[in-house]
Design a protein around this ligand. Structure first.
Ligand SMILES: Nc1nc2c(c(=O)[nH]1)N=C([C@H](O)[C@@H](O)CO)CN2
Length: 126
């Protein structure tokens, strides 16, 4: 039971180029974001069946998230994170998700800049 509660599928630093930012200069040139996802999923089922139909397909998730993020301009990386969480819930039925969106070029003096959110869909039932 404990393993089901902590099972997840992880995608680290998925690189996505998109229009993102609040300043005028950011509205005309793409910048690179890096998205890291921890997605709650019962891996015991595909672990026993060896069937991709039982698994959370990380290739399909990566393609969907890349298309969603690059699909329209946004201002805040917070909105990118929130939108990804909603997409993963609605399109892939993940149990919970931790989403980190990094924008390394945002502050020249900083090694990295990121926001991170956690959404537990089982708890809300929505
Ligand atoms: N919390 C946030 N702060 C800021 C954001 C953001 O998305 N979330 N964005 C900017 C600018 O777009 C910045 O990245 C330009 O370098 C400033 N602060």
């Amino acid at each position: 039971m404990e393993s089901k509660m902590t099972d997840c599928v992880i995608i680290e630093d998925l690189a996505i180029d998109t229009i993102i930012g609040v300043f005028d200069w950011e509205k005309t040139q793409q910048q690179r974001l890096y998205v890291t996802l921890h997605m709650g999923w019962d891996n015991s089922i595909p672990g026993n069946s060896d069937d991709i139909a039982d698994a959370l397909d990380y290739d399909a998730v990566s393609r969907h998230v890349s298309a969603w993020v690059s699909g329209q301009p946004r201002e805040l990386i917070e909105q990118v994170a929130e939108g990804i969480a909603t997409e993963l819930h609605q399109q892939f039925a993940v149990l919970w998700v931790k989403v980190k969106v990094a924008k390394p070029g945002a502050v020249a003096q900083a090694k990295n800049i990121a926001v991170e959110i956690y959404r537990d869909f089982a708890a809300t039932g929505k």
